[in-house]
Write a protein that binds this ligand. Sequence first.
Ligand code: ZN
Length: 104
Amino acid sequence: MNWRERLEGKGPGGWVIWQGEGASGLYFACNCPCGCEDEVIIPIGYQHEPNYGWGWDGNKERPTLTPSLRRIGSCASHFNLTAGNYVWHGDSPRPIAPNVWRAA
Ligand SMILES: [Zn+2]
């Protein structure tokens, strides 16, 4: 099952973390937590050449990513994922989806 299939049905904010092919490193993808139905995909864990990507604390159940994710040229949502929960920033034009995924 590929990452896109693993995102299906998870609703706004649902995410997956996976190891890319070969030496391409780790990736994080989520359904945009605003509910716009876009997928957000970023490299994580500083395994990518030449050493770019978001910081990740290594937690697969309740991940923390740094710095924030700010979407450019689409819904413009701006958020952090901290200990598995989304932290919404006030400069986002849309509110966070009311049914956004939350860590148990
Ligand atoms: Zn969005």
